[in-house]
Design a protein around this ligand. Structure first.
Ligand code: AMP
Length: 667
């Protein structure tokens, strides 16, 4: 067989296997064979790049990251849908339709809550795909769409031109997993699968898009050259035959059977792997659609029914507080079970302390619970008239319910967080952060390995990392002797990291990498920092009062002291290795005023601190020197009044280079 032939055959086999796997859910090729054949195809294409075609399975994640997206003009606009919010409104829609056409049948489909796209095929080949944009012009995201395995790159029976429309979405299971991983990495979470899918589809690097495992439901033919259809149903059947993943659909002869179907879709929404934000009722006959036409915004032959969020009363039997992996305490109400939107609800989120206080939710209250779409059930209101005697306003805990450490409120929000250094509820996040590059930089200790270590109960605190045994680690899933050894070597190397890295690794509130570096340089050792008072800490430039409080609170917690002792015993470095603090300026306090030409204000402060001096913001009798640059103002006057020595920039430079001048004899 010549190379061209082999390539063709591999492509056919791989695409067929892909279709069986993703669309039919009935794989006949083993993963091993698939990977093997794909590798062979990649090798052949690498040596014969002239034989690469855009429909090759290797091209699903091919191509480099884009700089931006080109515009894409839609030949047939991607229209919007008219909304109806009740079955009465739906019947009015039906009457309007019947004024123009008779003998109709409808088709009812779930309305997928994702992103609308158009896919263009020329002579059977997928050539272009774009987002809806304003309906006429969208963005060309062809490369990203190629990564979706359920989009055929070539269809079995070529038409000169075919444009189909569908909704791209992120499957619910993928969404939950993605958010879990993001939480572990300390990244912000996606609010819902729709936002996550939108974020993914606009990624410039197709490799990242591929990792997001997007999917599509196709629901319309926008344009077909060389083929005619009588009904919507026919088009859907045709699309199915051309290997598209087609939206679930039901034919309904009357509007009453439409309402029953809509009800059934709503009740069964949990079974879909996509979120829905309604159900769409469409006239089936394409000739009828022609007659009905469109308004400026939407077709007159379709309506989108929006499900009302279902609400029911239930009793709050308890309020429990959970500690999330980022340490945030989240309260939820445990309620008597109620059926809502197809599921039995036993919990409702209470968001945070402020929410409880504002609604005055109490244990024993009867509340109205609501579930809108896939969103977590929430409490709409308290039915005050049903409040029993003797209830008390809810007191939010001031200690972590899991580890007992004090909790602090975020400076810039309503979140309340646990400060425990060894809090088991936050362990995964702690460990991932501890090992991250800016912290202890333990290569190979990512979220998956951390989950494994914690799952096997080998690690309960960051300190446990340093007593791990290679034999135990090697037994973990996907580990083996070699990776276990590499991991232990990386942990061993981390013992030598600078104090600033260890401080970063602790994840003390308000103390990021930058503050950790300042603290390490200023105090030089863990013990000196642990002994520092709020006043001493606040005197350091860049360390504000809140940070200072947070640091002393952290060191005061027994969990933190325990962690430090375990790390010390393991031989982890507790000294600063950056520029050691000199002591030429120890005991002296400086005030900076005016502009220096050779330093920024911050840079000058850092130089003073590096030599052991302190920088203060205001002049007092305790000030040792005022450094006055150009256009110095009131601080200079105050220094003169108080007789504080004043240095200009050259005096300051001399001081940095030579230390404090010796006092002259006659002073
Ligand atoms: P709207 O944007 O609310 O006017 O609703 C129209 C959107 O619903 C379009 O962007 C479609 O992509 C989307 N949609 C989701 N599922 C369907 C469906 N089964 N039929 C038609 N449109 C749908």
């Amino acid at each position: 067989m010549d190379i061209e032939q082999e390539i063709r055959q591999l492509r056919q086999e791989l695409e067929a296997a892909n279709y069986e796997y993703y669309m039919l859910d009935a794989p006949t090729m083993s993963d091993y064979d698939f990977d093997h054949k794909l590798r062979r195809l990649e090798e052949l294409e690498a040596t014969h790049p002239e034989l690469i075609t855009p429909d090759s399975p290797t091209q699903r994640v091919g191509g480099a990251a884009a700089k931006g997206f080109e515009e894409m003009t839609h030949l047939v606009p991607l229209e919007s849908l008219q909304d109806v919010f009740s079955f009465d409104e739906l019947r009015e829609f039906d009457q309007r339709v019947r004024e123009s056409v008779e003998d109709l049948a409808y088709d009812v489909e779930p309305k997928v809550d994702g992103l609308s796209v158009a896919l263009e095929y020329e002579n059977g080949l997928f050539v272009r795909g774009g987002t809806r944009g304003d309906g006429r012009i969208g963005e060309d995201v062809t490369q990203n769409l190629r990564t979706i395995r359920t989009i055929p790159l070539r269809i079995p029976k070529a038409l000169p031109r075919l444009i189909v429309r569908g909704e791209v979405y992120m499957p619910k299971a993928v969404f939950h997993k993605l958010n879990e991983e993001r939480e572990l990495r300390g990244q912000s979470l996606f609010a819902n699968p729709r936002n996550a899918a939108a974020g993914a589809l606009r990624q410039l690097d197709p490799k990242i898009v591929a990792e997001r495992h997007l999917d599509i439901q196709v629901f319309n033919i926008q344009y077909a050259e060389g083929k005619t259809f009588q009904t919507h149903l026919e088009t859907l059947e045709y699309l199915e035959s051309q290997h598209f993943r087609v939206i679930p659909h039901t034919s309904c002869a009357t509007i009453d059977s439409c309402t029953r179907e809509i009800q059934a879709i709503g009740d069964g929404r949990e079974q879909f792997d996509f979120d829905i934000d309604g159900a769409v009722v469409k006239v089936n006959s394409l000739a009828d659609r022609e007659v009905l036409g469109s308004t400026a915004k939407f077709p007159r032959w379709a309506a989108a029914y929006k499900y009302p969020p279902e609400q029911k009363p239930s009793k709050v039997v308890d309020i429990v507080v959970q500690v999330g992996r980022t340490g945030v305490l989240t309260p939820k109400a445990v309620v008597d079970p109620v059926r809502l939107a197809g599921t039995t609800v036993t919990n409702a989120t209470l968001h945070n302390q402020d929410f409880i206080a504002e609604k005055d939710v109490r244990i024993g209250d009867t509340v109205l619970v609501q579930k809108a779409g896939e969103i977590i059930p929430e409490i709409v209101s308290v039915l005050r008239e049903k409040r029993p005697e003797g209830t008390m306003p809810y007191q939010f805990p001031d200690h972590c319910p899991v580890c007992g450490a004090p909790v602090v409120r975020d400076e810039d929000g309503a979140a309340i967080r646990c400060t425990g250094a060894e809090c088991p509820a936050q362990l995964l996040r702690h460990l991932v952060h501890f090992a991250s590059r800016d912290a202890m930089d333990i290569e190979g200790l990512g979220p998956a390995v951390v989950e494994n270590l914690v799952g096997a109960e080998l690690v309960r605190t960051p300190g446990d990392l340093y007593s791990l045994q290679a034999v135990d680690v090697a037994k973990l899933d996907r580990m083996g002797k070699k990776s276990a050894k590499n991991l232990l070597d990386a942990i061993e190397r981390s013992k030598e990291k600078d104090l600033s890295c260890l401080l970063t690794a602790f994840g003390i509130r308000q103390v990021g990498q930058k503050a950790a570096q300042v603290l390490a340089r200023q105090f030089g050792s863990m013990d000196a920092l642990a002994a520092a008072t709020v006043e001493e800490l606040s005197a350091v430039s860049d360390i504000g009062a809140i940070t200072a409080e947070s640091i002393t609170a952290w060191f005061a917690d027994p969990q933190s002291r325990h962690l430090i002792e375990v790390l010390r015993a393991a031989g982890v470095n507790m000294e600063s290795r950056v520029a050691p603090v000199g002591d030429q300026l120890a005991g002296l306090t400086f005030v900076l005023t005016g502009e220096l030409s050779g330093f920024t204000r911050k840079g000058a402060g850092e130089r003073i601190q590096a030599l052991g001096g302190k920088v203060s913001g205001s002049v007092s009798a305790k000030t040792s020197y005022v450094i006055a640059g150009e256009a110095a103002g009131s601080k200079l006057r105050k220094a003169q009044e108080l007789n504080i020595p004043i240095l200009d920039e050259s005096g300051f430079v001399a001081l940095l280079e030579q230390g404090v001048p010796a006092k002259s004899d006659n002073s």
